[in-house]
Ligand binder design. Structure first.
Ligand SMILES: [Fe+2]
Ligand SMILES: [Fe+2]
Length: 246
């Protein structure tokens, strides 16, 4: 397998970059992503305040700040949202601006980080966002995984599924791409963060009809096409949350 330089943005699909922090001391890695589409950039789950300087450096290598037009956040947790006000300042400073694409339920909480950008509410916009080029990003509602308004984003052009916390993993031995140990890391995360097998299955069943090239989660490792169906099946059948509460 190719040697990846994790100090730079890593192109995981055409014009889509991982811009995260390879923190050797963390069992809980965060994965922000940048998608470039012509002059427009979409920024997924930007990250936290402590990760901000490293993520910023990578974002600036992957795109220009003024091109960021949409920031998509799957829910309101600080590990993906707390850096938004910092990015707002910098993007506004170069004459740009973006909207924050999220569910209405998350938007009322995200505002408490002190964000100023307008919200694009995925649930009020037919669960999709059309970029200037006509490229379509589809939002897939994933209720209660692990937030009531959680969702995933499916890019119809690349067929990459940006899955937020879903398909995330928890382990100190981390790889950008999922290896044979990733199923255990993914199970450990879901057992502790997701509410029940019934709720997980409800969303996994929606993915059966999707042609998925790659799953890009906000934690853990990226799942390539050859493994996509196997990982969906693992989550479809996983006992978690209340199933193992005792
Ligand atoms: Fe979360
Ligand atoms: Fe998270």
């Amino acid at each position: 397998m190719e040697k990846l330089d994790l100090n730079k943005p890593v192109e995981i699909a055409k014009d889509i970059f991982w811009v995260g922090f390879d923190d050797p001391n963390a069992g809980f890695r965060c994965n922000p992503y940048v998608l470039n589409d012509g002059e427009e950039t979409v920024f997924f789950d930007p990250g936290s305040v402590p990760h901000f300087p490293i993520v910023l450096g990578k974002v600036m290598r992957a795109t220009q700040l003024e091109r960021i037009k949409h920031v998509i956040v799957t829910h309101q947790d600080p590990d993906l949202c707390s850096a938004i006000p910092r990015f707002e300042e910098l993007v506004e400073g170069v004459g740009g601006g973006f909207d924050i694409c999220t569910h209405t339920r998350a938007s009322v909480l995200i505002a408490h980080y002190g964000t100023r950008s307008p919200f694009y509410r995925v649930d009020a916009n037919d669960w999709k966002l059309t970029l200037k080029s006509g490229r379509s990003l589809r939002f897939i509602f994933a209720p209660f995984l692990h937030f009531p308004g959680a969702f995933m984003t499916y890019d119809e052009k690349s067929k990459v599924l940006f899955s937020g916390d879903i398909f995330g993993g928890l382990s100190f031995d981390w790889n950008l791409y999922a290896n044979e140990y990733y199923a255990e890391a993914m199970k450990a995360f879901h057992e502790n963060y997701m509410p029940s097998r019934k709720i997980l299955k409800h969303t996994m069943d929606k993915l059966d009809a999707l042609d998925i090239e790659m799953i890009a989660p906000q934690h853990g490792s990226i799942i390539r096409k050859r493994d996509v169906r196997a990982y969906i099946d693992i989550l479809r059948n996983l006992e978690c949350g209340e199933d193992i509460f005792e």
